[in-house]
Design a protein around this ligand. Structure first.
Ligand code: NAD
Length: 495
C-alpha cells in the first residue's frame, strides 16, 4: 500500500509473506522504516515474532516436498520468469532501496540489475546439478553419489546490499530445490519484500517456496536457529551475530554458511601504476559510504611514494559529491543509520587519541541539507598504527587510514595482522611480488591491480572470523545440497 508523506515521497507499508499471502504479525505490531537522508518515515513492516516464524517454517516445509520434485528445466524456467518480473519492477524497487538505505539511485538500479543477473545465472545452474558413479569391485554392484536439496533454509541478510545479498542465497537455494524463510534487515526491509513479491509473482512458485518474516533479528533469530524443521542457516552480516547464530544452531546441528565482517587491507608498492591505484583505492574506500564487507579498510603504501599517494588520494576524495541518493549526480549518500555514524566517530576519536592525524574530512558536511540525515565526510587519516580500532576492527564507514611501509614482508605481516580474512588487495607491476602476495596474503579472495573482489562466476567467502562457506558460481550450490550415496545390487533386478 502506498501513501504520500510530508516530503511527497511514497510511504510503503509492506507486509510479511507466508504461503504466497501478504500477512501482518499475529502480535499486530509494526516497525517504522526511515530515510537516512532526512530521518523521515518512509514505510512500515510487521514486527514479526516466533509464532510468525513457526507458521512460515510450516509453510516452507509443505512447499519443500513439492518444489524439490519439480524437474530442473521447469525450475529454471520459473526462475527466469521471476527475474523478468523483477526487471519489470526495477525502477520502483530501486527507488525504495535508495529511500531506506541512502545509496545513490544509480547504484540501487545497479543492485536490482545484479539480482536479475543472479536469478538468471542460477536458473541455468539448476540444470547442471548432477552426481557421479563410483566403481565397485563386484560388477553387479553399483554405487552412485547424487545431490539432494538440504531442505528448508533460513536466509538472513544485512542492510548494506539488502537485495543482492539475499538474491545470492535465494538463487542457489531455489536452483537446488530448497525452500526458504527469508529475513531481511529491519533497517532496509521495504525493497527486499518488494523484490520477493516480484520473484513469487513472476515464478508462480508453490505457495511457501519463499516466505518472508520482517522484524528484529534478536527476536526472530532464536526461532530460526532452534526450529527443528530448518536444516540450514545462510547468513550475511556481522561476525558477532554470526557467532551467536552458530551457538544457537549447535543443538540442532544445522548446516551454516556465514558471510561475515571484513577488515580488508590494500598494499600499494613503489612500482605500482600510482594513478590507477589511487583512483581504485578512493573508490573502494568510500563506495556505499564504506559500508561494504570488502571495502578497503586500511592502506599500506611503500615509503617512497607515501606522500605523493596521500596528496593524490586527498585530491580525488575532494571531488566526491555527497547528497540525497535520489538527487542525480552524487557519488555518496548518507550512512544507513545513526548507529553507523556513531561507530565511525568512535573509531576516529580512538585513532586521534592514539596519535593519528585527520588530513581530510572527519565530520558531518556543512549545510542545511545535511542537518537531519546521517551524512559524514569521506575521511583520510595518517600516522596510524595497529593499536587503533581503524586498523584492527571493521569501521564500516568512509574512513581511509593510510600507513607507510618499507619492506614487503612487513607489509604482508601487517595485512595479515587481523582476525578477519575476507579480501586483500595489492598493486604492483612486479611478477615475483604478485606471486608473493597471492601466496602469503591470508584471505578468501586476493585481488591484484584492481578492486573488483566479486565475480558472479567465481567463489566468494571468508576465512578466519570472516566466516565460512562460499557464494557465487557453482560453488554456492554445494551450500544447499547434501550428497546421498545410493548402493544398488543389480543382480536382484528383474531381467
Ligand atoms: P548484523 O549482523 O547486525 O545483521 C544482519 C542480519 O542479521 C539482519 O537481518 C539482522 O536483523 C539479523 N540479526 C541480528 N541479530 C540476529 C540474531 N540474534 N539472530 C538472527 N538474526 C539476527 O549485520 P548488519 O549490520 O546488517 O550488516 C553489516 C555487517 O555485514 C558487516 O559486518 C559486514 O561486513 C557484513 N557483511 C558481510 C558480507 C560478506 O559477504 N562477508 C557482505 C555484506 C555485509
Amino acid at each position: 500500500m502506498k501513501e504520500k508523506n510530508l516530503n511527497n515521497i511514497n510511504v510503503y507499508n509492506q507486509k510479511m509473506i507466508i504461503g504466497n499471502r501478504e500477512v501482518d504479525s499475529v502480535n499486530g505490531e509494526f516497525i517504522s522504516v526511515t530515510n537516512p537522508a532526512d530521518g523521515s518515515v518512509v514505510g512500515t513492516v510487521p514486527n514479526g515474532c516466533s509464532t510468525d516464524v513457526k507458521k512460515a517454517v510450516e509453510s516452507s516445509d509443505s512447499a519443500f516436498y513439492v518444489w524439490k520434485k519439480v524437474d530442473s528445466k521447469d525450475r529454471a524456467k520459473r526462475m527466469i520468469n521471476a527475474a523478468t518480473m523483477v526487471s519489470e519492477k526495477k525502477q520502483e524497487i530501486a527507488k525504495m532501496l535508495t529511500i531506506e538505505q541512502g545509496k545513490p539511485l544509480s547504484e540501487s538500479l545497479g543492485e536490482v540489475s545484479q539480482v536479475i543477473e543472479i536469478l538468471n545465472y542460477y536458473a541455468e545452474e539448476a540444470k547442471r546439478i548432477g552426481g557421479y558413479v563410483i566403481p565397485y569391485k563386484a560388477r553387479h554392484m553399483c554405487s552412485m553419489a547424487v545431490k539432494e536439496p538440504i531442505g528448508v533454509t533460513a536466509i538472513i541478510g544485512p542492510w548494506n546490499y539488502p537485495l543482492a545479498l539475499l538474491a545470492l542465497k535465494i538463487g542457489p537455494a531455489l536452483a537446488c530445490g530448497c525452500t526458504a524463510v527469508v529475513k531481511p534487515s529491519s533497517l532496509t526491509p521495504l525493497a527486499a519484500v518488494e523484490m520477493i513479491k516480484s520473484i513469487l509473482h513472476g515464478g508462480d512458485f508453490p505457495p511457501g517456496t519463499l516466505n518472508v518474516i520482517t522484524g528484529y533479528g534478536s527476536e526472530i533469530g532464536v526461532e530460526l536457529c532452534k526450529n527443528p524443521t530448518i536444516r540450514k542457516i545462510s547468513f550475511t552480516g556481522s561476525t558477532d551475530v554470526g557467532k551467536s547464530l552458530m551457538r544457537e544452531a549447535a543443538d540442532g546441528l544445522k548446516t551454516l554458511s556465514l558471510e561475515l565482517g571484513g577488515n580488508s587491507p590494500l598494499i600499494v608498492w613503489a612500482d605500482a601504476d600510482l594513478e590507477t591505484a589511487v583512483k581504485d583505492a578512493v573508490k573502494r574506500s568510500y563506495r556505499n559510504m564504506g559500508q561494504i564487507c570488502n571495502s578497503v579498510n586500511r592502506i599500506y603504501v611503500h615509503k617512497d611514494i607515501y606522500e605523493e599517494f596521500i596528496h593524490m588520494f586527498i585530491e580525488k576524495t575532494r571531488c566526491l559529491k555527497i547528497g540525497n541518493g535520489l538527487d542525480g549526480g552524487i557519488d555518496l549518500g548518507p550512512m544507513a543509520s545513526r548507529k553507523a555514524v556513531e561507530r565511525v566517530k568512535r573509531h576516529i576519536e580512538d585513532a586521534l587519541k592514539k596519535g593519528a592525524e585527520i588530513r581530510y574530512g572527519g565530520k558531518k558536511p556543512d549545510g542545511k541539507v545535511f542537518e537531519k540525515g546521517y551524512f559524514f565526510e569521506p575521511t583520510v587519516l595518517t600516522d596510524v598504527n595497529h593499536n587503533m580500532l581503524v586498523m584492527t576492527e571493521e569501521t564500516f564507514g568512509p574512513v581511509a587510514p593510510i600507513m607507510s611501509v618499507s619492506n614487503v614482508d612487513e607489509a604482508i605481516k601487517l595485512a595479515n595482522d587481523s582476525r578477519y580474512g575476507l579480501v586483500s588487495y595489492a598493486y604492483t607491476k612486479n611478477i615475483d611480488l604478485v606471486y608473493k602476495f597471492v601466496a602469503e596474503l591470508e584471505a578468501g579472495t586476493v585481488v591484484i591491480n584492481h578492486v573488483s573482489a566479486t565475480n558472479l562466476d567465481a567463489p566468494y567467502g571468508g576465512i578466519k572470523e570472516s566466516g565460512f562457506g562460499r557464494e557465487c558460481g557453482p560453488y554456492a550450490l554445494e551450500e544447499y545440497l547434501y550428497t546421498k550415496h545410493i548402493s544398488l545390487n543389480c543382480r536382484r533386478l528383474e531381467k
